[in-house]
Write a protein that binds this ligand. Structure first.
Ligand SMILES: *Cc1c(COP(=O)(O)O)cnc(C)c1O
Ligand SMILES: [Zn+2]
Length: 372
């Protein structure tokens, strides 16, 4: 039976009750025993539900929008090849669907009728999409500066949208009020979200013949893919299916880099930073709630943090587009990090990265870029 556990005081709570944080205010993780039956997995349809026994859900018929296994494609960059997972091709246009699919199905199992969520955009889109598919009432809070394409998407799914002036942190404050009376379907606080994003690691390993890559280059804003991937790789290692945890190469925008700064300074907690505007709106997180966990995961994997400049983000965006990959600017920041990392990687190193969000989300930014 799964349980929630506080990462600060280790208090445990039953997982059959809606709860988003510990009574002490701490973050909750999930204690859960996954099962992997490789033969059964292989014979199932190519989507994330093929790992059913490794997901913390009991309903054998989860609400699905057709989350296909995403392709893992070789892409040549500066003379080296990396493998890039095409997660911008998910139903709502970002990998956040992995997390929202598991979290909202869990909410459904708990009998929840109405949720609130805050987001810099794509998590709101994903949660709104799965709530629409599940008939759950949904209210989303976003910073007023969020891309219009994402706002339109959230509203089209039928969610109520609240635009909050100011920073991403002001948006978090606003949702906390709403979370007093409503289920907080948070992609940051709710541990079920990470047990959805962990399927990224399962797919990568399965596509490599049940082998873990040497390194993964992955975004670090709130770390919802990074920490999920870390859980996924750890579960496979503990089940004896793979032999190691890949080095986690975590990418931040130099204009908003509290984790990179803390890593360089040898700190355990994110450092306060003066954040400046960045093209990478989706990872511009000045105060990462799970920052301590992210720093710990990256260090224990023998990985590192990288910071990328605005020029490098723009160059990566243009380079990917001219290869036929249409990704949003935030997603290009990770590719800028990948290019930086490949300059120092070993020639035989197996490096995997990800396209996190679709370019069609950011049409107004793209128009500005092409018209320049
Ligand atoms: C959410 C998101 C990320 C990564 O964000 P985290 O805050 O680290 O979870 C990266 N790219 C895109 C497009 C996103 O939507
Ligand atoms: Zn606690």
């Amino acid at each position: 039976m799964e349980e929630l556990i506080c990462i600060d005081c280790q208090t445990r709570y039953p997982a059959d009750q809606p709860r988003w944080r510990c009574d002490c205010g701490g973050l909750l993780d999930l204690i859960f025993e996954p099962v992997f039956d490789l033969q059964r997995i292989k014979n199932r349809p190519p989507n994330m539900w093929r790992y059913a026994e490794a997901l913390p859900l009991t309903n054998p018929h989860p609400v699905s929008l057709g989350e296909s296994l995403t392709a893992l494609l070789p892409v040549e960059l500066g003379g080296k090849t990396a493998w890039i997972k095409q997660d911008h091709l998910f139903p709502s246009g970002s990998y956040k669907d992995r997390g929202a699919a598991v979290m909202i199905n869990k909410a459904r199992e708990l009998g929840i009728r109405s949720v609130v969520e805050d987001s810099s955009g794509n998590a709101g889109c994903a949660v709104a999409a799965y709530c629409a598919a599940s008939g759950i009432d949904c209210e989303i809070f976003v910073p007023a500066s969020t891309s219009p394409g994402k706002l339109a998407q959230i509203r089209m799914y039928g969610a109520r949208l609240n635009l909050v002036p100011g920073s991403r942190e002001d948006t978090s404050q606003a949702v906390w009020k709403a979370a007093q009376t409503n289920f907080y379907a948070s992609h940051i606080w709710n541990p079920y979200f990470f047990h959805g994003t962990k399927t990224w690691a399962f797919e990568v390993c399965e596509q490599l013949g049940w082998r873990a890559p040497d390194s993964i280059v992955i975004p670090a804003g709130h770390g919802t893919l990074l920490l999920g991937a870390y859980i996924g790789f750890t579960e496979l290692l503990q089940a004896g299916i793979t032999q190691k945890i890949p080095r986690i190469i975590a990418v931040q925008a130099a204009n908003c880099a509290p984790l990179y700064t803390a890593y360089k300074a040898g700190r355990e907690q994110p450092l306060p930073v003066q954040s400046e505007h960045t093209l990478a709106e989706g990872i511009a997180i000045a105060v990462p709630t799970r920052g301590k966990q992210i720093l710990k995961a990256v260090r224990s994997s023998q990985g590192q943090f990288l910071a990328v400049s605005e020029e490098d983000i723009l160059a990566a965006l243009k380079e990917m587009s001219t290869k036929g990959f249409y990704i949003e600017p935030t997603s290009a920041a990770i590719i800028a990090g990948l290019k930086q990392y490949l300059q120092t990687s070993q020639s035989d190193e197996l490096v995997v990265s990800v396209f996190t969000g679709h370019g069609l989300k950011s049409t107004e930014k793209m128009l500005k870029i092409v018209e320049k």
